[in-house]
Design a protein around this ligand. Structure first.
Ligand SMILES: Nc1ncnc2c1ncn2[C@@H]1O[C@H](COP(=O)(O)OP(=O)(O)OP(=O)(O)O)[C@@H](O)[C@H]1O
Ligand SMILES: [Mg+2]
Length: 627
């Protein structure tokens, strides 16, 4: 039986401070170690080296061809202008349409080449980025299967989910767009500056002077708006978290009359969000107008200068036209470079999280030579087992016991005694610190995990159900079971008695939180699943704790049949249910304090007898009260 936990849990609130802000100010997120992460990313990309180099060359060439455009167009304008002037003056030949035609054709060729290169480059890069992200997702998925349970104990599910989706997405987008955009932008900026210088160095200097001016103005605005952006992101996180909490825990909120407080708190954070959001949006909205304004001043200056030069015949009319076009082409890539630098930061942060995850300690590797073809009977032996979830905090100190095949073992003890822990060790969800656990004469570490777990069927305290119909959930126990077998298991576990009262019967979809069936019904479904799995060793951890006593007795009967020829571990708080066990292990604080069958333990008049009596007295008092 597969032992992953298919039930989806609630996703924790999304981290604040991600995405959101438009343009240059998006995300204040910074990686811890930009260089190291980038090195890893480059390594990840290195197998596509050749393709990426081709992409870079094509992108640069494509941008370069585009840059030539205005200069050539300018030549045409000059040709027209000069020709016209000659005509007016009556000197020379007039407009040379042949040469213009040729130039236009050449230009057209350039543009087509540029578009073609851009197209090929985009095609190659999309392929590379899709492959890289495919591999990353694959690695993450493999990693999830190899992580020890300890990791899942400490990491919320949403964390992992966000790595698989958001972070990998961010990397993909950067590879796909930003990387080549960076090449194009840098080429464009350099190319444009060179072209402008070839036209007129004085005008170029004027154009370049505009840059620091707008940079200063923008820096001022950014400084202000960054503050509000940060606040907006933080409070967006708070609002999300609050809503999530209220939604997920609405029963608790209602039960303790927390609605008013909750609304008050929501209004408070929502107000802060409103305030910071509109300020940051307004300020970032001001960026474009400011840049345009400064840009326009630049135009005016350049036009005056250009006109004067033209009159003095220092430069041609077409050159002025080309120059103005270059100035227009210039600001955009500069802004883009700034933007992409920011995106690189975010990407590094995302990549860092992904790599961090991929570098997490893995579950202890499978043995290279697992024992095979062992005849499984269900003999289990614990030998001086010592274990703690945290190596410094030992929970199971020295646990030894031998269980023969077909025996019915009950484990009892107070809450927190370590009963569930023992079961988890047996299934090898965790590895023992010292000592060993044997299954049919072999250390459980010598089996492959798959072979080992195939021996066990379990019903745990926290029921494992996944999004799917009741039928599918039962069938998960043994996927090749026939319909009759599934139905028989459902009947034995008394699922059949309640299922017909549900709206869709066996086809009822269990929802994400499995709130549409009762706690006891959930337990019955998981019992049916274990019955269907027909394992060598059956583990029932408080399997019927939420079921009414009458049904419990009925299930017990069905179970007795099921448990006849197999080893079973039954953990129960209601001691009346385990009276017939072959061996009762009484646990306290991680150790077996007593063992024996019911009669022996009662006779002994120790811990078990005390536990039993206290329950019996309670029952007795309850019955008395009823009478
Ligand atoms: N995943 C975990 N990480 C760290 N400590 C844990 C973890 N699970 C359980 N513990 C601790 O181990 C001890 C034993 O827990 P265990 O679940 O085995 O108790 P139990 O006997 O099954 O109790 P109950 O009767 O309430 O089910 C407890 O003190 C608990 O706090
Ligand atoms: Mg338990």
């Amino acid at each position: 039986m597969s032992q992953d936990n298919p039930k989806t849990r609630r996703q924790p609130p999304r981290r604040g401070g991600r995405g959101g802000g438009p343009g240059m100010m998006a995300g204040a997120e910074k990686p811890k170690n930009f260089k190291a992460t980038m090195r890893k990313l480059v390594k990840e990309l290195s197998q596509y080296k050749v393709r990426i180099i081709i992409v870079f060359i094509f992108a640069a060439l494509s941008a370069f061809f585009m840059i030539l455009g205005p200069k050539i167009l300018g030549n045409i304008t000059t040709e027209l202008f000069e020709g016209l002037m000659n005509k007016i003056r009556g000197t020379g030949e007039g407009i040379n349409f042949d040469s213009i035609k040729q130039t236009i054709l050449f230009l057209l060729g350039l543009y087509v080449c540029s578009a073609l290169l851009a197209y090929i480059q985009g095609w190659i890069m999309s392929g590379v980025s899709a492959k890289v992200t495919y591999r990353l997702r694959e690695q993450i998925s493999m990693k999830i299967n190899n992580l020890p349970l300890k990791y899942f104990d400490k990491t919320p599910q949403g964390e992992v989910l966000s790595r698989v989706t958001n972070d990998v997405d961010t990397i993909s987008r950067t590879l796909n767009q930003s990387l080549t955009q960076m090449i194009t932008s840098v080429t464009t900026v350099i190319g444009v500056i060179v072209m402008m210088f070839t036209i007129s160095w004085q005008m170029t200097l004027v154009a370049l002077l505009i840059l620091p001016l707008s940079a200063v103005l923008i820096a001022l605005v950014v400084k202000q708006s960054q503050k509000y952006f940060k606040k907006q992101q933080d409070y967006l996180g708070h609002v999300n978290g609050h809503v999530e909490e209220m939604y997920g825990g609405h029963v608790v909120v209602k039960a303790f009359n927390g609605e008013e407080d909750s609304i008050k708190k929501f209004n408070e954070i929502n107000n802060v969000l409103y305030d910071s959001a509109w300020k940051s949006q307004f300020l970032s909205g001001m960026m474009m107008p400011i840049m345009k304004f400064v840009g326009n001043i630049g135009y005016v200056l350049i036009s005056i200068l250009g006109g004067w030069f033209a009159v003095k015949r220092i430069i041609t009319v077409g050159d002025i036209q080309a120059f103005i076009q270059y100035v227009r082409q210039f600001t955009q890539p500069v802004a883009q470079i700034a933007n992409i630098m920011n995106i690189f930061q975010q990407t590094a942060a995302a990549a860092e999280r992904v790599f961090e995850f991929l570098e997490e300690d893995e579950e202890i590797a499978e043995t290279p030579n697992p024992v095979k073809n062992v005849e499984h009977n269900g003999n289990v032996e614990f030998k001086h087992v010592q274990f703690g979830y945290d190596p410094d905090k030992i929970i199971i100190k020295d646990f030894s016991c031998k269980v023969n095949k077909g025996h019915n073992i009950a484990i009892v003890g107070p809450t927190g005694a370590g009963k569930t822990t023992m079961v988890k060790l047996l299934m090898r969800f965790y590895d023992v610190n010292s000592g060993e656990i044997l299954l049919d004469g072999h250390n459980i570490k010598d089996y492959s995990r798959y072979d080992l777990r195939e021996n066990f069927g379990m019903v745990l305290q926290d029921t494992w159900l996944y999004n799917g119909t009741i039928w599918d959930n039962i069938k998960y126990g043994r996927l090749d079971a026939t319909d009759e077998e599934v139905l028989a298991a459902a009947k034995a576990a008394h699922v059949d008695t309640f299922v017909h009262m549900l709206p869709d019967g066996y086809n009822l979809m269990l929802n994400e939180e499995t709130t549409n069936v009762s706690q006891g019904q959930k337990q019955l479904i998981t019992i049916a699943r274990a019955i269907l799995a027909d394992p060598k060793v059956l583990i029932l951890d408080e399997a019927t704790s939420s079921v009414d006593t009458r049904t419990e007795v009925q299930i017990q009967k069905a179970m007795n049949n099921l448990m006849k020829n197999r080893t079973s571990f039954v953990i129960a708080h209601r001691l009346s249910t385990i009276r017939d066990a072959d061996l009762i292990l009484v646990m306290n604080e991680g150790d077996i304090v007593e063992q024996g069958n019911h009669e022996e333990l009662i006779e002994r008049d120790g811990f078990y007898a005390e536990l039993y009596k206290s329950q019996f007295e309670e029952d007795f008092v309850e019955t008395e009260e009823l009478i």
